[in-house]
Write a protein that binds this ligand. Structure first.
Ligand code: NAD
Length: 478
């Protein structure tokens, strides 16, 4: 296993604290990684700072060619990277290979193309005797800080647009899941000019805070928890850094009486529990109209009860464990508190899985009310709630009555109704008769406390660049 950090083009062992990296499916130690020391974080930032002058002046074509090389390197190593991802997250290997790795390759390829297709704003004479034009330029050194739920894919979401836009980077993976990006580091070191991309490992309070507080870091991009986002905003305010925050979610799923019941059951079964629900867009908060409610609860309960996990045969598994015992216990305590309410009914699951690893049974709870903690707060585990509604307008109000604003869905066979509901939902994304689907071409990001800043799409390139006005005074009149 590669455990070296990437600093100024060199693969170096960390000089900081040594941390055990755990396989959450077995609770076994996979390896140990020495985090970056304070001096190494400093070196990484300075390397990115010095590399910026050259990298920011490369053409989109030159950057695109290197991003395509990275995409090819990921594609060539996809089996190996997927194995590491599966080990480090406990994910089913076949899903890591098919979903996470294919998406990672596509993201690098997309941004390689997108940066060459950017279109500009108008240029012209807005003041007599002067010509104005608008440029879009890179920002400088970006510190990118990633979570543990999709480590290599999140790395791609952060690295590809920032590099494409001409920035240099210090990337910090989650302290729980550094293995896949460290395995790619030797290839990255060969492909990119030194200092353009640096990878440092470490915890949030140590390495993360150092990055956020550093004066030479001009932008911080985080995918993580709301509380982490708030801390980063506070720390970044001291040096007025740009911030790009992708925070939590609690996606509402509005199911109308006229929805295709089988499609809803399949959709929630697949996308409420995918990645053990450790997904900020997970279809976890179902609002079911009275006419379909009982059938949905019964059929979904049966389907959830058949979800396959913790089997020794990887190909059988549909979901993995929680990332840590702490996360599993957090999920268990949410469900315990929910079930202490007399109106909430356990339909399926609701227990820690006996056996090794940090598995929690896929859980369906019915009878939940809008004000219940389990409806309001992000669980980030394999837990879906169902709340009954009569009036569609009420369901839309409840869906919007949330601190989160990342993803949502509406299920009905009436397109007119679907479009009206979609227009009223205050979420970064609304799927109609579907959930969870992403496309590299389309923006992903939230409203409200789910943060701001878009990943994927040309909007992300905009977030990683600044608009500048160039104004030239005319000489002799022609
Ligand atoms: P987390 O906030 O605990 O950690 C995320 C990253 O931030 C880690 O690398 C961590 O080391 C770092 N960090 C923590 N404290 C820091 C600090 N004070 N300064 C700098 N860095 C710090 O989140 P997590 O537990 O890894 O991931 C789960 C969370 O991420 C969930 O809330 C989930 O909804 C959210 N998430 C959001 C999206 C999205 O696209 N909106 C995608 C995936 C995950």
């Amino acid at each position: 296993m590669c455990t070296a950090l990437l600093i100024d083009g060199e693969l170096v062992a960390g000089n900081g604290r040594v941390e055990a990296i755990i396989n959450p499916a077995t609770a076994e130690v996979l390896t140990h990684i020495a985090e970056a020391s304070t001096e190494q974080v400093e070196s990484a930032i300075l390397a990115a700072h010095h590399a910026f002058a050259g990298w920011s002046r490369t053409t989109p074509q030159q950057r695109a060619n290197l991003l395509l090389e990275i995409a090819d390197a990921v594609a060539r190593q996809a089996d190996r990277l997927a194995r590491l991802e599966a080990l480090n997250c406990g994910k089913p290997l076949h899903l890591a290979r098919q979903d996470d790795l294919n998406a990672t390759v596509d993201v690098f390829r997309f941004f390689a193309g997108a940066v060459r297709c950017q279109t500009g704003q108008l240029a012209g004479e807005y003041v007599p005797g002067y010509t104005s034009m608008v440029r879009r330029d890179p920002i400088g050194v970006v510190a990118s800080i990633a979570p543990w739920n999709y480590p290599i894919m999140m790395a791609a979401w952060k690295i590809a647009p920032a590099l494409a836009a001409g920035n240099t980077l210090v990337f910090k993976p989650s302290e729980h899941t550094p293995l896949s990006i460290l395995a790619l580091a030797p290839a990255l070191a060969q492909i990119l000019p030194r200092g353009v991309l640096n990878i440092v490992c470490g915890g949030g309070e140590g390495v993360g805070s150092h990055l956020v507080g550093h004066a030479k870091v001009r932008m911080v991009s985080l995918t993580g928890d709301i509380v982490t986002g708030q801390k980063i905003l506070q720390a970044a305010s001291k040096t007025l850094k740009r911030t790009h925050l992708e925070l939590g979610g609690k996606a509402p799923v509005i199911v109308c009486d006229d929805a295709d019941l089988q499609a809803v059951v399949e959709g929630v079964r697949n996308y409420g529990y995918y990645n053990a629900g450790q997904d900020c867009t997970a279809a976890c908060r179902v609002y079911a109209q009275a006419g379909i409610h009982d059938r949905l609860v019964s059929e979904l309960g049966a389907a959830v009860g058949k979800l396959r996990f913790a089997s020794k045969r990887d190909a059988d598994n549909e979901l993995g464990p929680l990332i840590s015992s702490r996360q599993r216990d957090r999920v268990a305590s949410f469900v315990e508190r929910a079930l202490s309410q007399p109106h909430i009914e356990r339909i399926s699951g609701a227990a820690v899985h006996s056996g090794p690893g940090f598995f929690y049974q896929p859980t369906l709870l019915a009878g939940c009310r809008q004000t219940d903690e389990i409806v309001q707060r992000e669980v980030f585990g394999p837990v879906v709630t169902v709340t009954r509604f009569d009036d569609l307008s009420q369901a839309v109000d409840w869906a919007n009555d949330s601190e989160y604003g990342l993803a949502s869905s509406v299920w009905t066979q009436n397109l007119d109704k679907a479009l009206q509901v979609a227009a009223r939902l205050q979420y970064g994304c609304t799927w109609i008769n579907s959930h969870f689907m992403l496309a590299s071409e389309m923006p992903h990001g939230g409203l409200k406390r789910s943060g701001y800043g878009k990943d994927l799409s040309s909007d992300s390139l905009h977030d990683y660049s600044v608009v500048r006005h160039i104004m030239a005074r005319h000489g002799e009149h022609l």
